[in-house]
Design a protein around this ligand. Structure first.
Ligand SMILES: NC(=O)c1ccc[n+]([C@@H]2O[C@H](COP(=O)([O-])OP(=O)(O)OC[C@H]3O[C@@H](n4cnc5c(N)ncnc54)[C@H](OP(=O)(O)O)[C@@H]3O)[C@@H](O)[C@H]2O)c1
Length: 309
């Protein structure tokens, strides 16, 4: 029996149908209709309630419904030896890259400034930025960051990337670890954040680190809200040190109605939609992982528990 947990009930039916279609003979149950906990062999979902997985004595694998797995490690009772997998989906990766392009181009081409001038009915020409001189830096050089950089290369920007372990990427200046962070930030006009949320990356972008960016820099975050300290970002935008921010992820989702980001003139918001997991493209790897989990084979796109991503 496979158990599906989906926080959005409207969306659950499509997933159940797609899983059932691709797993003939396997019963797909949906949370909270668990039935006998001993029946559950494989769980698929996003943020299972803490403690719930521990209650399934025959559980052989957990499939995150997203690329990020910080939601999995929020459970203090996560069974120790449970194999965990995340989604790596070329459709989703391309989707994210397009969201990143939208926002890099938005800031590079001074779109917020021209929108303000339009609202004032002003035909003013701003000093044009050069794409040759534009320094774009990507934090996180995994599936998403690596793909975004590949596309950004076509625009001719000066590119850099930062990761935990040092990488070699054609025509990209790479930096790694704590010692690489300062020089990476100091050379970055447009910062794209595609990091996972882990104990090491939480609150990484605080006032001290944001102040290392050059004056007028832009921040684009689609990793996780908790990578960024909200008050520090707002303070740096208000002081004029930062030119703008495009945010898809937030410390609390949905974003509270009275949060300062909503009406901030320098902040562009999307509601965690930059790259959604789609049943159509994600279910084949979930089905394969179900098979592997039951056969005791290593899962596709496994999560390293020690690194937490
Ligand atoms: N907004 C959305 O809709 C959406 C959708 C999908 C994913 N996401 C977010 O995007 C994140 C990244 O996804 P992915 O598939 O690209 O992950 P990934 O393939 O696991 O890549 C993660 C990258 O981050 C780097 N990293 C991790 N911890 C680090 C640290 N402490 N210091 C420096 N670099 C560190 C890794 O470095 P190494 O290469 O050295 O290991 C790796 O390059 C996900 O975890 C999720 O939070 C958001």
């Amino acid at each position: 029996v496979v158990l599906l947990f989906k926080s959005d009930p409207d969306d659950t039916r499509g997933w159940t149908a797609e899983l059932a279609r691709r797993l003939p003979g396997v019963e797909v149950r949906t949370w909270p209709d668990v039935g006998d906990p001993a029946d559950i062999e494989f769980c698929v979902g996003w943020a299972f309630p803490p403690g719930s997985l521990r209650g399934f004595p025959n559980l052989k694998g957990l499939q995150s419904l997203g690329a990020g797995v910080d939601h999995v490690f929020r459970d203090p009772d996560l069974p120790e030896a449970l194999p965990i997998a995340r989604i790596v989906d070329p459709y989703m990766t391309e989707d994210m890259t397009q969201w990143v392009m939208l926002n890099v181009l938005r800031f590079h081409k001074q779109d917020p400034d021209y929108r303000r001038l339009q609202a004032e009915g002003r035909w003013d020409e701003l000093p044009p930025p050069s794409w040759r001189d534009r320094r774009v830096g990507v934090m996180g050089l995994g599936e998403l960051g690596g793909h975004a950089l590949e596309r950004l290369r076509y625009f001719g920007y000066k590119l850099a990337g930062w990761s935990r372990t040092k990488k070699r990427i054609d025509r990209v200046e790479t930096f790694a670890g704590e010692e690489g962070l300062r020089p990476f930030l100091a050379r970055t006009d447009i910062l794209v954040v595609l990091l996972p949320l882990t104990p090491e990356t939480e609150d990484l972008l605080n006032r001290e680190r944001l102040s290392r960016l050059p004056k007028g820099a832009f921040v684009i975050n689609a990793g996780r809200g908790r990578l960024l300290v909200d008050e520090d970002l707002i303070a740096m935008l208000d002081s004029g040190h930062l030119g703008g921010a495009a945010l898809d992820v937030f410390r609390q989702e949905p974003l509270a109605a009275d949060h300062a980001f909503w009406k901030h003139p320098k902040v562009v918001i999307t509601p965690h939609v930059s790259a959604l997991t789609r049943a159509e493209t994600a279910v084949p790897q979930i089905v394969e992982n179900y098979r592997r989990a039951l056969a005791g084979e290593p899962l596709l796109h496994p999560v390293d528990r020690r690194r937490r991503y």
